[in-house]
Design a protein around this ligand. Structure first.
Ligand SMILES: [Zn+2]
Length: 174
């Protein structure tokens, strides 16, 4: 499978047909889909009004890609910082990370997994992703409170009744 940056370039490539470009945007979601593939696609398609007949508005694909890239940049920056920290810990003889981060074990994918494709946060992806990353970095307890919307009746393994996000991610929802 090609990398996210290569696939993203194809979304912007105006020499390709709008349908091909839309298919490349969907391929980007195999690399990075904060809500999971289907919910992230639904979010981008509704927010950027990607029409069913894509010939009517090809630039909607580029707008959607921009939102996805901004959120991905946040995760990459944290992943780089975390890798550096892990190297130091290993040098100090510690083999296991002090705090497990979801994006390390399953990539940046599904960081705010929403099992229902039509029920997901409505804010831009970078806001939601940033909130989840901050909460993990601060060592927030996953039980009891939704990391994304703050709902107080959040339970591990169950999608938040308010925003649709599973508080502890995809790993625990299957
Ligand atoms: Zn919530």
């Amino acid at each position: 499978m090609t990398s996210f940056p290569v696939t993203a370039r194809r979304v912007r490539d105006e020499s390709l047909s709008p349908r091909r470009r839309r298919s490349h945007l969907r391929d980007c979601l195999y690399h990075f889909a904060p809500y999971g593939f289907h919910a992230t696609w639904h979010h981008l398609a509704t927010r950027h009004r990607i029409p069913r007949d894509i010939e009517a508005d090809p630039p909607s694909l580029v707008r959607a890609l921009g939102e996805l890239e901004t959120a991905r940049a946040l995760v990459l920056a944290r992943a780089v910082a975390f890798a550096a920290q892990r190297r130091l810990q290993k040098q100090a003889g510690r083999r296991t990370p002090t705090t497990p981060h979801p994006w390390d074990s399953w990539g940046c994918h599904d960081i705010a997994y929403c099992p229902d494709p039509q029920k997901h946060p409505t804010e831009v992806l970078s806001i939601v992703v940033g909130r989840v990353l901050d909460a993990y970095a601060a060592g927030v307890d996953l039980a009891g409170r939704c990391l994304v919307c703050g709902d107080e009746d959040s339970r591990p393994g169950r999608a938040c009744r308010n925003c649709g996000v599973v508080p502890d991610g995809y790993r625990n929802s299957v």
